[in-house]
Design a binder for this molecule. Structure first.
Ligand SMILES: C[S@@+](CC[C@H](N)C(=O)[O-])C[C@H]1O[C@@H](n2cnc3c(N)ncnc32)[C@H](O)[C@@H]1O
Length: 507
């Protein structure tokens, strides 16, 4: 782990002002670099951005991009036009070599959800150099603190953003989740096993103009003791690997034990009504249903919604993380040895594939908790925080309504649901009808003629039972039989958000 000292945040406000004045923001970057070079940066490819900033007289913004994003040395005189260079040198954001200055950390503009101009501060070298992998960044690799990745923004997007008193970010890294939480939580606590990560979080918050957070070093919930929170989030080091080599991704516990422990232990740290939201990896083990494995992780007193987004067989999975570490650039014999280590580990655990997904818990202490474990690998519309809230509200509704109550209730078709008919071209009747959401989870579900007719009529004016009676008459079916068999389908349409209960309406 590095012993290099990090910048001090004391004059971060002054630096922030200079960065903003130069247009060093997400929008400013897009303008300067153009969409392709901007998108390439997110893939850690810096060559297009280097070309875009090379022209003469590009000014302060180009200097800042070269310094902090592309990690190029910049003549002192140019840097002095872009930021308070003496203060930045004294506080350790820059170092001087001859007549050039170098950045000591990566500083990346990051646009908040309401247009906030935020900055994420992380270790140098993680976001440059293309597909080289993290192994390329040298001896600091074990304690390296990464910036924002796809997983970071996924978790930030699914997080429920209700105003709360307290929020906890476990494994904060460079602080992105804590930064988001600072908008809607009165008190934010961020923990990490890596003390350097907490220093980076401090810098990220200060440079973003966010309030300070409580920063605690230690593993999982150990540093917070018995404290409880309204919101707990974690993008943990979930990688299932043969050894704890890289702190940012290998949790140091065997198999998926770290994710399981995090989920199991979070229940006792949640206030009533509080949410815990995690990303995770889990093993698919020979002879075990993965749904059951995940269900067994849910702590007592919590409802859960677990969505598996992706599954990779063990070879794909090993290759992904070997590349992430840059192992593919080592000696081929060494690469083969490491690959074998991964496969040995999976074989020993009976693991055939690895699932990736989202875990949300809500503490209700309900006698019959609602636990939904499902697979939804298709594109969704982020942010999904409101969709998560709506999911749990629907679960409450369904728990409180038996079949008879459902038939008395009124429903409205959710916004932006469309019907698709699928069948052979030219055929008179469709083989099946699909309802599709164009918002949120963007679910699609097959329905039969009754289901399609029912959904089509739902505008909140008639009770479900009366609609079914009308459909029975049209289709010359027995209304009692229809009332008997349809609530199950209605329940599913409500659970998946195709139908919204209309409050306060009965028969
Ligand atoms: C994948 S990174 C996530 C960073 C950041 N929260 C984000 O969303 O981008 C995982 C973080 O967990 C930290 N970590 C690793 N093992 C941990 C443990 N046992 N307890 C707490 N944090 C841990 C790592 O140091 C790293 O900062």
């Amino acid at each position: 782990m590095s012993t290099t000292s990090l910048p001090t945040p004391d004059r971060a406000a002054e630096l922030r002002e200079a960065l903003l004045a130069a247009g060093f923001t997400a929008d400013g970057l897009l303008d300067l670099l153009g969409a392709p070079a901007y998108a390439a940066l997110a893939r850690s490819e810096t060559v297009p951005a280097l070309r875009a900033t090379r022209g003469p007289g590009d000014g302060a913004l180009a200097s800042l991009v070269r310094l902090f994003l592309l990690q190029q040395p910049e003549p002192y005189v140019h840097a002095a036009e872009a930021l308070p260079v003496e203060a930045a040198l004294a506080d350790g954001w820059l170092r001087l070599e001859g007549d050039e200055v170098h950045a000591t950390v990566d500083v990346r503009p990051y646009g908040g959800p309401d247009g906030e101009d935020w900055f994420i501060v992380s270790d140098l070298g993680c976001s440059v150099g293309g597909a080289g992998g993290i192994g390329g960044i040298g001896s600091r690799e074990e304690g390296v603190v990464l910036g924002v990745g796809g997983a970071s923004t996924t978790l930030a997007g699914i997080t429920v953003r209700t105003p709360v008193g307290s929020a906890l970010d476990v494994g904060t890294g460079s602080g992105i989740q804590a930064l988001h939480a600072s908008r809607h939580a009165t008190r934010v606590t961020a923990t990490d096993v890596n003390p350097r990560a907490l220093e980076f979080t401090r810098l990220t918050l200060a440079l973003s103009g966010a309030p300070e957070a409580e920063l605690l070093t230690g593993s999982l919930f150990e540093p917070v003791g018995d404290a409880t929170y309204d919101l707990i989030v974690s993008n943990p080091p979930f990688v299932i690997s043969p050894g704890a080599r890289l702190t940012y991704r290998d949790g140091g516990m065997g198999g998926d034990d770290l994710c399981r422990t995090l989920v199991q232990e979070s229940g006792a740290r949640l206030n009533q009504g509080g949410y815990a939201q995690f990303l995770g990896n889990w093993q698919h083990v020979e002879g075990e249903d993965w749904h059951d494995r995940l269900r067994s992780w849910v702590p007592r007193g919590c409802d859960a919604w677990i969505v598996q987004r992706d599954v990779q067989d063990v070879t794909q999975y090993a290759e992904l993380w070997l590349r992430d570490a840059g192992d593919h650039r080592t000696d081929p014999a060494e690469y083969a040895r490491r690959y074998e280590d991964w496969l040995d580990e999976f074989e020993a655990r009976g693991t055939k594939s690895v699932g990736f997904g989202w875990i949300t818990l809500r503490r209700t202490d309900a006698a019959e908790p609602s636990i939904v474990v499902e697979e939804w690998p298709h594109t969704v519309e982020q942010p999904l925080g409101d969709a998560v809230l709506a999911h749990f509200a629907r679960q409450d509704y369904l728990r409180e309504h038996d079949d008879a109550a459902l038939l008395e209730a009124h429903f409205a078709l959710a916004e932006e649901v469309v019907q698709e008919q699928v069948g052979a071209p030219g055929a008179e009747d469709p083989e099946h009808v699909v309802l599709r959401q164009n918002r949120g989870m963007r679910r699609a579900t097959k329905v039969d003629t009754v289901g399609a007719g029912f959904a089509g009529v739902c505008d909140g004016s008639l009770s479900a039972g009366r609609i079914l009676d009308a459909i029975a008459q049209l289709m010359q079916e027995d209304p009692i039989v229809l009332r008997d068999r349809t609530p199950e389908a209605i329940r599913l349409l409500v659970e998946q958000g195709f139908l919204d209960p209309v409050a306060g309406r009965t028969q």
